[in-house]
Design a protein around this ligand. Structure first.
Ligand code: MOS
Length: 719
């Protein structure tokens, strides 16, 4: 009984602290590159210095003779990869590493040098000499928009009248541009590959999904799934870059086979800029019109994003304009420009983060034209049902979120006239921007084992990229079983464990949490059967096992969504509020205060949820103010592929960020009533910052990032 009281307090007010927090901060948690496998060797990739063409010659002799070098793998000597032997070149979603002499982007691996130490491999890699036949490359999106093509069909969506915004009494038409943003988690992508004979493979791999990685690797190397073991026990951050299997992983597996020794490949920070995807550079144009009293008449949203020549990457950039507001006339178009660059990939809030920057900036511009408060404008166009098809929402408390955030940031102190508030020589402004993301749920299976000592073990193959999945799952099990969190162990990150989806799309708490819920329910039922009539809801499990002479009691259960998705439109919602200070002479921007409000249904794990919102908000601030891939188009190369030149927010850039939750359960999505929050933590943030900067300065910046140089010619009087 005492235990239950303690649990209720900790689980319902503060929430559990991270169950693996101690392991992480003491260095005891082992990440993929940190396993000391017997006989381990070290691989370093050599990247192409041209962006397009072919390899004329590769001289690897000096590298092979370098101290400690064991082998140099290139397209000239690479063992055949069974999954590559379909006669087709790289393309259609498969990048075939070391397959032929074709070059598709600068930084493309042309050799892997393997040595008995990392340092010797690095030196060996410096000795590889490549000569190329260079073709003319195109790496500039804006110079190539005339080649934009719809990825499928004609890429358009329409409801009501096309371009109806043009007929509205009040309108805005503007272009919004985001550069490419790079995933820069603390942990570099890394893999250790070890073969056991010809047909068994184990990898320790940074991945967001051990079972999807297993399936992809099994397919590429034509192995039985059960002969491939993928381990990813701890992941040091990932925002989408580890959602798929990349060429460097294949390279390590090829080399391990060739050498018959385990091979480790860790990407360099520079490799992270070319080899594991990024948020694509995207041009957007929004036309938006309203009646004088602020009712939306129409939205037209066009987007053109960059992709690679060998694979199309698509994302839902224009989706927010279709679904965020009640607007009778909406048309959108989405196109891609294929460039001689590495393929982009999903990055936190993929598509929506890009689209929301444009839409929520445009709405802000409209609010000033209408002279209506930005929140009031949103409330006048509040979608009570899903605007595309009229389905009811499973839950939507965005209106409450607006109120909570406005109150928290002190929205009443905002001047509706830009550039009018000066505080000790700094211009002060407030801005807000909203986000939405589908609330998804996949099937998952969890095994629960109650041990004789009353400790509970839960097992499933999910990996945790940082949000605190283990903590959330232990919270759910603790509530369900009525035992303290300290008595629960959550095993994950191994592909041989029961089925779980890849951690992505803000869906894991809903998916795996439902299976934890189900397995705990089933386990309790099993105990009730043992106890017979008259048992309590929360028995002393160890006592019951002892009475029945059992060493343990275990059950495996699965859970998946039903057809509630057919009846309801399911989304998570967020709104971000920002107070900024801008120095009028230098254009320096200080983020002064941030309040983020999430409608993520019931909050299962309050502490880790708060951290997740803060992390997403920081990502959004980076997107707004700092992050930008810079190409030298003469060479088709990224010139700022390091932390000195590619800026991400550091502690000094970030003030206190307050995460607030509506915390009302969604009645339909899953038994916990929990919706996702990983993506909405970021979506809308960049617009909130841009809108605050406008409110402070009267300067509207529509091409991110908002660097000081874009602000030092302000439309306001310097005081
Ligand atoms: Mo995320 S883009 O679903 O890792």
């Amino acid at each position: 009984m005492k235990e239950t009281t303690t649990l209720k307090k900790s689980a319902q007010t503060d929430g559990l602290s991270r169950v693996d927090g101690r392991l992480k901060v003491t260095g005891a948690a082992r990440y993929s590159a940190e396993f000391n496998i017997k006989g381990l060797t070290y691989g370093v990739l050599v990247g192409s210095t041209i962006a397009k063409g072919s390899i004329k010659s590769l001289d690897t002799k000096q590298a092979e003779r370098a101290p400690g070098v064991l082998t140099v793998i290139t397209h000239l000597n690479s063992p055949k990869v069974p999954g590559y032997q379909d006669g087709k070149p790289t393309g259609n979603g498969v990048f075939k590493i070391f397959y032929d002499n074709k070059i598709y982007f600068s930084g493309q691996p042309v050799a892997l040098v393997v040595a008995d130490s990392f340092e010797r491999a690095l030196f060996g890699a410096s000795q590889v000499k490549a000569q190329y036949n260079q073709d003319n490359h195109q790496t500039n999106l804006r110079a190539n928009v005339n080649t934009a093509k719809a990825p499928h069909g004609d890429g358009t969506y329409k409801r009501g009248t096309e371009d109806a915004w043009k007929t509205a009494p009040v309108k805005v038409e503007q272009e919004y541009i985001i550069p490419s943003d790079i995933h820069n988690p603390m942990e570099l992508h890394a893999i250790i590959a070890q073969w056991d004979g010809d047909d068994k493979l184990t990898v320790w791999d940074k991945t967001q999904g051990v079972q999807d990685a297993r399936d992809e690797i099994a397919q590429i190397f034509k192995l039985k799934k059960e002969n491939v073991q993928v381990n990813s026990k701890f992941v040091g951050g990932a925002f989408g870059s580890a959602l798929r299997t990349w060429p460097h992983e294949v390279a390590a597996i090829i080399a391990a086979k060739a050498l018959n020794r385990p091979v480790k490949v860790v990407l360099s920070r520079a490799d992270m800029f070319t080899s594991v995807g990024y948020r694509p550079h995207t041009w957007q144009k929004i036309g938006i019109g309203a009646t004088a009293d602020g009712k939306l008449v129409g939205i037209t949203h066009e987007a053109i994003g960059q992709t690679s020549t060998y694979e199309n990457f698509t994302e839902g950039t224009v989706g927010v304009s279709q679904s965020l507001y009640a607007c009778p006339n909406v048309n959108t178009s989405y196109k891609l420009v294929a460039l001689d660059v590495g393929v982009p990939t999903w990055m936190r809030g993929p598509g929506e983060a890009t689209g929301a920057f444009a839409l929520e900036s445009a709405l802000d511009e409209l609010s000033y034209q209408l002279n209506i408060d930005p929140i009031e404008l949103r409330m006048r166009n509040y979608a009570q049902t899903e605007p595309q098809g009229g389905k009811p929402f499973s839950s939507k408390y965005l209106d409450e979120a607006y109120k909570m955030g406005a109150e928290h940031i002190g929205w009443n102190d905002r001047s509706p006239k830009p550039g009018t508030v000066n505080e000790n020589g700094w211009l002060v402004g407030y801005g807000m921007g909203g986000g939405m993301f589908g609330a998804y749920r996949d099937g998952a299976t969890v095994k629960a084992i109650m041990m004789a000592d009353g400790n509970l073990i839960l097992q499933t193959a999910v990996s945790d990229i940082g949000p605190g999945t283990g903590t959330a799952m232990v919270s759910i099990a603790s509530e369900m079983m009525g035992i303290p969190a300290e008595k629960i162990r959550f095993d994950m990150g191994e592909s041989s464990l029961p089925q779980a989806p890849t951690q992505g799309g803000s869906s894991i708490t809903a998916s795996v949490g439902s299976a934890v819920y189900a397995v705990c329910k089933d386990l309790k039922e099993k105990f009730q059967q043992l106890i017979g009539n008259g048992g309590t809801d929360k028995p002393d499990y160890a006592q019951v096992l002892k009475q029945h002479n059992l060493a343990k009691l275990q059950v495996t259960s699965s859970a998946q969504g039903g057809d509630e998705r057919k009846k309801y439109a399911m989304f998570s919602w967020s709104v971000h509020f920002v107070r900024v200070k801008v120095h009028p002479a230098t254009g320096v921007i200080k983020i002064d205060k941030v309040a983020c409000v999430a409608d993520s249904g019931h909050i299962v794990s309050p502490k880790t949820a708060r951290s997740q919102i803060i992390g997403g908000a920081i990502g959004g601030i980076g997107m707004a103010l700092m992050e930008e891939v810079v190409f030298d188009h003469r060479y088709g190369r990224i010139v700022n592929n390091n932390f000195a030149d590619y800026h991400v927010p550091v502690n000094a850039d970030i003030p206190q960020i307050d995460a607030l939750f509506v915390n009302k359960p969604d009645p339909y999505i899953n038994p916990m009533g929990a919706k996702g929050m990983g993506e909405i933590a970021l979506i809308g943030m960049a617009s909130a910052v841009a809108n605050a900067v406008y409110n402070a300065t009267g300067k509207r910046v529509r091409d991110l990032p908002i660097t000081p140089d874009k602000l030092i010619t302000m439309d306001v009087e310097l005081s």
